[in-house]
Write a protein that binds this ligand. Structure first.
Ligand code: AHR
Length: 324
């Protein structure tokens, strides 16, 4: 009898919820997932596309995103993560400016039982259980792909040697470390390919231009190749090459990474030779992983996004398909 009354009562409550919200389950489960996300900054076209992808995906999925821009400073990211812990968000996600120095704050997140998802850039921590998963690119492979393009190009002029200048990304960041490593690995032992200068341009156009100006001042016409760790620095450097009275893409081969629309425009204009894709549009994937993590479902420790290589020859055809 009691049992029957309870059943009737439950059915009544459910009916009222259905009348109000349209269904039973979601009305009870409707507390939106809250993600605290700390972004590196707004240093490049790539980063802007990545931020838009993450914000749009959260909005579309009804996820509350607390977004913090670190302006390329690790201390700002540490502050943001601590604030997310204090706010008791469900998940913390972040793209670390640099690889090292995260153990303490990640231990604090773990002690607060808040799962951490790394996006785009990896960290160097002693205890891998401090984060649940990483979603992003294989930066070492991107460096290798850039160098392999140059190797193929070098085969066309067997007698020529190639003096390379390298514009590195932010010092201590995973993409700078790995893209340098991958490129060096492929050209190692090849007497025709030599890096004559290497310096950081901090992933920005302004710095890329500035450092390229310094390279040109020091080495002038000795430079045959520019390898830039991202398109923004390459675009800045292209300006410096032109201002020095040389032709980017011809006098100096320009090899870069990201695949942003600006790089495709430069390739169509004959000023850049190749860009290796680094895909920033993983917002929807991140939201899915965050939901899985929140639901305690197992997720892979590393999720790598798919990418391609785009030489200048295909730029005009590919340009209309570019989404960032
Ligand atoms: O971490 C990804 C890198 O960061 C992108 O290649 C670059 O453009 C960005 O600033």
């Amino acid at each position: 009898m009691t049992c029957n009354r309870r059943t009737v009562l439950k059915a009544g409550v459910a009916a009222a919820i259905v009348a109000t919200f349209g269904s039973v389950g979601p009305a009870f489960a409707a507390k939106p997932l809250v993600i605290g996300f700390s972004q590196v900054g707004a240093e490049s076209e790539w980063r802007t596309a990545n931020t838009v992808s993450i914000k749009d995906a959260a909005k579309k999925d009804g996820i509350t995103l607390k977004f913090a821009d670190a302006q390329q400073r690790q201390e700002n990211q540490v502050k943001a993560i601590r604030s997310f812990i204090a706010q008791r968000v469900d998940i913390i996600a972040f793209s670390p400016v640099v690889e090292s120095g995260w153990d303490t704050v990640l231990r604090e997140a773990k002690a607060a039982k808040i799962p951490v998802i790394l996006t785009d850039r990896a960290v160097n921590v002693t205890d891998p259980s401090l984060y649940v998963t990483f979603i992003g690119s294989d930066f070492i492979e991107e460096g290798r792909l850039a160098a392999r393009w140059l190797l193929e190009r070098a085969k066309k002029t067997p007698d020529a040697t190639f003096n390379i200048v390298e514009l590195q990304g932010t010092v201590g960041s995973a993409p700078a470390i790995d893209r340098q490593k991958g490129f060096a690995e492929i050209i190692a032992g090849n007497p025709k390919l030599k890096i004559i200068r290497s310096q950081t341009g901090d992933f920005t156009r302004t710095k890329g231009k500035e450092v390229m100006e310094a390279f040109l001042k020091a080495e002038g016409k000795k430079i045959n190749v520019l390898y830039a760790h991202n398109d923004d620095m390459a675009i800045g450097a292209i300006q410096a090459i032109e201002e020095a009275g040389m032709k980017p893409g011809k006098d100096i081969l320009v090899i870069s990474i990201d695949g942003v629309r600006g790089a495709f425009q430069a390739m169509v204009a004959g000023k850049m030779n190749v860009t290796v894709e680094c895909n920033p549009l993983f917002g929807p994937q991140l939201m899915q992983i965050a939901r899985d993590v929140a639901a305690n479902k197992p997720v892979p420790k590393r999720i790598t996004v798919q990418e391609g290589v785009f030489p200048a020859e295909v730029a005009a055809k590919e340009f209309p398909n570019r989404k960032y």
